[in-house]
Ligand binder design. Structure first.
Ligand SMILES: NC(=O)c1ccc[n+]([C@@H]2O[C@H](COP(=O)([O-])OP(=O)(O)OC[C@H]3O[C@@H](n4cnc5c(N)ncnc54)[C@H](O)[C@@H]3O)[C@@H](O)[C@H]2O)c1
Length: 430
């Protein structure tokens, strides 16, 4: 970093994108000799919803890509319906799971961990991630975990601590933020590390789209059932869309800037949403120690302008999500990065590759920090106050002990109370 802007060194590039090295290795991570000679890997899926089945498909595809034996050997979900659906889908893929490999209930993940799987794919709503991840590491399992990985600072600290344990146990941990495994973003990031765009002076990251979905409460539903079915609209379950969705781009911001933001000053609000307690939009000014600012804009509003992208401004050019435009007008080719064209699959290629090679890849801290940065923006918008990185990253920080309720543990013990369906009001007074 220099006093003008942010200069990302080659070393930062390799360090900041832990996955980058592995992803760039892509196929070579296994190497010709290791290909197809690894041990069979059995995975268990926790959370059999749309992304869970997607992650399972990506895992199977990665196994084929690496010509190695990778299978889904167990599944777990709170409800039987998604279990039946996933079993049916697996049958179509040629895997007929016996009853004893299918687990139902809030403690289903514990049974899955005892079922002899090597890898666990975590794809439940985010509130469960810290507890499930900790349990996986304790049980000595490699993990693929969907983003975001927590909904509050305490959850973020738990994921970082469990990630450190995973390192001690030589376990691989890959996060579902995708872009650090995307050929195009990796190629662009390499150009930035090589100084092609010069020092980065600022940027903007966006996820502006539509409302995900709404499941209105039906008569007879318990608080638990309502929260589980409409989790995407409750901050206690999803973390709000600034992390549930926009964490992908916040993660790219941190990766490309090669630094964590030190301060967030945000505004946000709600115009349309009718269930839950989240905002419709956030606008966050992320500030870095160097003085550089990156704007983050996230919005879920049907019928409004949509954009999902990242942009960084350097003194030699502008870095867009898929290209670099030099001020000199010279054309820059994005370097070829080996690997699978689909970043969702490449995540699993990197995971499986690192396990078979015995060179663990561990993205726990990286994804926890990206999630915490989003939470820093969310808290600034909710309170109307600037929030510093130390306020969320350290237990002694202003929000360091913030743990939303109900917790994952409450769901297991049945002590779930619906949080108020009221939105935060920033500032005080009229
Ligand atoms: N990387 C991506 O592009 C991407 C895309 C969509 C979703 N996601 C993430 O994936 C996760 C899941 O999202 P989804 O869209 O599949 O949600 P979903 O609601 O479709 O599925 C979640 C499933 O998890 C089950 N579940 C909930 N709590 C559980 C628990 N404690 N134990 C076991 N099973 C449990 C639910 O019953 C449901 O079947 C979320 O974190 C979401 O943010 C990532």
């Amino acid at each position: 970093m220099n006093e003008k802007g942010v200069t990302v060194s080659r070393r930062d590039f390799m360090r900041a994108g832990v996955a980058a090295g592995a992803a760039i290795g892509g196929l070579t991570i296994l190497g010709a000799t290791a290909r197809g000679q690894g041990k069979a890997l059995k995975a268990g899926l926790v959370g059999c919803g749309s992304r869970g089945r997607g992650a399972a498909a990506n895992f199977l595809e990665a196994g084929k890509f690496l010509n190695t034996d990778a299978s889904i050997a167990a599944i777990a979900d709170v409800y039987k319906e998604p279990i039946d659906k996933t079993r049916e889908w697996l049958k179509q893929q040629g895997t007929d799971l016996p009853d004893k490999a299918c687990f139902v209930g809030f403690d289903a993940y514990k049974k899955l961990l005892d079922s002899g799987v090597d890898v666990v794919l975590l794809a439940t709503p985010p509130v469960f991630r810290p507890l499930h991840f900790e349990s996986c590491v304790k049980a000595g399992k490699h993990v693929f975990m969907e983003k975001p990985v927590c909904v509050d600072p305490v959850g973020g600290h738990r994921v970082i601590a469990a990630g450190e344990e995973a390192t001690k146990k030589n376990l691989s941990v890959v996060a579902g933020t995708q872009y650090r495994h995307s050929k195009v973003r990796l190629g662009l990031r390499k150009l930035v590390a090589d100084g092609v765009a010069g020092s980065l002076w600022g940027g903007a990251v966006y996820w502006c789209g539509t409302l995900s979905y709404v499941n209105r409460r039906e008569p007879g539903w318990s608080d638990t059932e309502y929260l589980m079915k409409n989790w995407i609209n409750f901050v206690e379950m999803s973390g709000d869309h600034i992390i549930e969705q926009h964490v992908h781009n916040i993660d790219v911001m941190i990766w490309f800037m090669g630094a964590l933001p030190s301060l967030a000053v945000a505004v946000g609000g709600r115009a349309r949403r009718q269930t839950g307690n989240q905002f419709d939009f956030f606008s966050v000014d992320f500030q870095f120690k160097s003085g550089v600012h990156v704007h983050s804009l996230s919005r879920q509003l049907n019928g409004a302008w949509s954009r999902e992208a990242e942009e960084f401004v350097g003194d030699k050019g502008i870095v867009k999500s898929d290209r670099i435009l030099l001020h000199s007008k010279e054309k820059v080719a994005i370097p070829e990065v080996p690997g699978h064209d689909n970043a969702y699959v490449q995540e699993h290629v990197d995971l499986i590759g690192s396990i078979l090679k015995g060179k663990p890849l561990n993205e726990a801290q990286q994804v926890a920090e990206s999630t915490l940065a989003g939470i820093m923006g969310r808290l600034s918008a909710y309170t109307g106050q600037p929030v510093r990185w130390v306020d969320v990253s350290k237990p002694e920080g202003q929000f360091g002990k913030l743990a939303l309720k109900p917790t994952a543990e409450d769901f297991e013990t049945g002590e779930v109370k619906l949080p108020p369906e009221a939105i935060p009001v920033p500032g005080k007074g009229e």
